[in-house]
Structures are given as C-alpha cells and as structure tokens.
Write a protein that binds this ligand. Structure first.
Ligand code: SF4
Length: 315
C-alpha cells in the first residue's frame, strides 16, 4: 500500500526541538502508524526561528485571539508566529496531507484544551495554539487529532478511519468525479456513515439524489462537508450493533437457522461488551466471501483501514 502523507508535530517523531532541548517521541506513532503513513514534520517554534533550548511560552488573552507570550520575560511572539504560520500553511497545501497529529498542550501546536491565561496571570478559558488553531481554521476538512487523544482507542480509530475516507475522497476527485462516481463513492460508504449517524446517511442520500450536471460542484462541496460532520460523530456500540443487525438481513435466505442464531449471538455479545467489534465483523466477512454478497463486499465499513492496525480489537 502506498503510504499516506500525514502532518505531525516534529517532537512526536523524537526530534529534539522542545523548549527544554528534549523531545516527545511517541513509539506508537513512529513504529506502528509509520508503516502506513509518511510524515510531514512541523515544529512551529523552531521553524519560526526560536532556538533550542528556549524560554517556555503560554497563551494570554482570550481563546478567540490568544497571544503567544514567553512565561518569564513576557516577550510577545504572536505577530511573528502568525506571519510564519500563514506562509507555512500555504506550503502545506502542496503536501497532499490527509491528516495531522498535533502535540497536545502546546501553545503553538495544540488544537484545543490549551489554557489561555488572563493578563493578570490567572488560568482562564481553554483554546487552541497559534499554529494548531490556524491549521484547523484553514483546513476544516482535514482530519486532526492530538497525541493525547490518539491514545484513546475509540478516538484513534475514528481519526484513522477519517484519514482513509479523506484520502479516498481526494482520489475520487482526482480520477473520476462524474455523477456516477459520486453515487458509487456514496454507495460504498453507506454502512460506514450509518455507523456514525443514520440522520446524516439520509441527508447525504437526499443530497446525492439531487445531483445534476449544473449543480455538481455545489453538491460536491456540500457532500464532503456533511460527510466530514457525520464521521466526527462517534460510532458507538449501539450504532455499530444496529449496522451489524442490518447486515444480517442480507443473509436471510442463505444462512441456516443455526448459523443465523450464532451470528445474532456474536452481535449480542459485542453489544454487551464481551467481545470487540472485530469478531462479528470477521464472521460477517466470512459469509460475505462465502455467499459472494456484492453490496456488502463493496462496503468500506467491513474494511475501513488496515487490519494490522488492530483498531477494532478493543472492548
Ligand atoms: S509542541 Fe510543537 S512547537 Fe513545541 S516542540 Fe513540539 S512541534 Fe515544536
């Protein structure tokens, strides 16, 4: 498989660029995800021109317009950092990014949950770092996560699933992008969308039904906007159970009463939290192959990302 370009905060790769001269090497990122992703490293503070080591910084002001200020000497780097970020983001547009993993709790790289101090030095509301915030404003469709959330199995799975969907979307825009291709793209993602939101699935279905030559471009932008929103909703156990039960309907005629009962029991055990999602998925994939079920064979829900990442193995 061709590797996928993902932006990353440089210190997570082990680069010694932190204010204290250290790094935040994350071995899961380099050793496991690195098998599938090519990294595009970014260290805003060093690339903007600050030395290593350097004085630490924090955010001051309001979460909407925070200022990046050194903690002890009070030097304000906001204007310089924003100027650098504008240029850097333009260059990143050429990097074919399909996602970005940011360092959490950084006033430069963080994408949320960073304390913004009041001018009197009291901890105030939380916001995004200067570069992280600018990135998500400019590229709202690109999947992002920080290293803290990446270690939550559900959030990790969601992020990686979105990376692969986004990559497929860009490929669709590059190679096909006819009305027929859009319908095909939507059809193959139906069960995946259903696992996040039945409501979005019907909204997207209605949208695709209205596509014509003269509104194609508008429908495309609306489609990816809604698809992105839908995938940001978590695929809960309850929603996955509904999808799995829906899938059993495709085998009504082929399965014996015993096999049907076994499949339902496996789904129930997943629903009760006794077994991970991968177990019913494996059984279903076995039947899909056995009965050559064309519609299900085409569904990304059954193969959303490489199996080796073991993303559906948690209970
Ligand atoms: S958190 Fe961001 S700015 Fe800080 S060292 Fe890591 S990459 Fe550089």
């Amino acid at each position: 498989m061709e590797k996928i370009n993902i932006g990353i905060s440089s210190c997570l790769l082990g680069e010694k660029v932190r204010y204290d001269g250290g790094h935040k090497w994350d071995h899961y990122i380099t050793d496991t995800l690195g098998q599938y992703f090519d990294w595009v490293p970014v260290c805003p503070e060093v690339e903007y021109g600050l030395p290593v080591p350097r004085e630490s910084m924090h955010l001051v002001g309001t979460p909407d317009t925070p200022r990046l200020v050194t903690v002890h000497t009070g030097i304000d780097h906001t204007e310089g950092m924003l100027k650098w970020a504008e240029k850097k983001l333009k260059n990143l547009e050429k990097e074919d990014l399909n996602g970005f993993i940011f360092k959490s709790r950084s006033p430069s790289s963080g994408i949320g949950g960073i304390t913004v101090y009041t001018p009197s030095g009291m901890p105030g509301r939380k916001g995004a770092g200067i570069f992280g915030g600018a990135f998500i404003r400019l590229f709202p469709l690109i999947p992002v996560i920080d290293d803290g959330r990446l270690h939550d199995p559900k959030l990790r799975e969601n992020f990686i699933e979105r990376v692969f969907v986004y990559k497929r979307w860009k490929e669709f825009l590059e190679i096909g992008s006819s009305i027929k291709d859009l319908i095909h793209f939507h059809t193959r993602h139906k069960l995946l969308i259903l696992s996040h939101s039945p409501k979005y699935l019907s909204d997207l279905g209605r949208l695709v039904a209205t596509v014509k030559k003269d509104n194609f471009e508008e429908i495309l932008s609306e489609y990816i906007r809604l698809l992105t929103e839908s995938l940001q909703l978590s695929a809960t156990v309850k929603k996955n159970t509904n999808v799995l039960l829906h899938i059993t309907g495709y085998f009504k005629k082929q399965l014996s009463a015993d096999d049907k009962q076994e499949l339902i029991e496996v789904i129930e055990n997943y629903h009760k939290g006794y077994i991970p999602l991968i177990v019913p998925i494996f059984l279903i994939k076995h039947y899909v192959r056995k009965f050559d079920e064309h519609y299900l064979k085409s569904q990304y829900y059954l193969n959303p990302h490489p199996l080796e990442l073991m993303l559906r193995n948690h209970v």
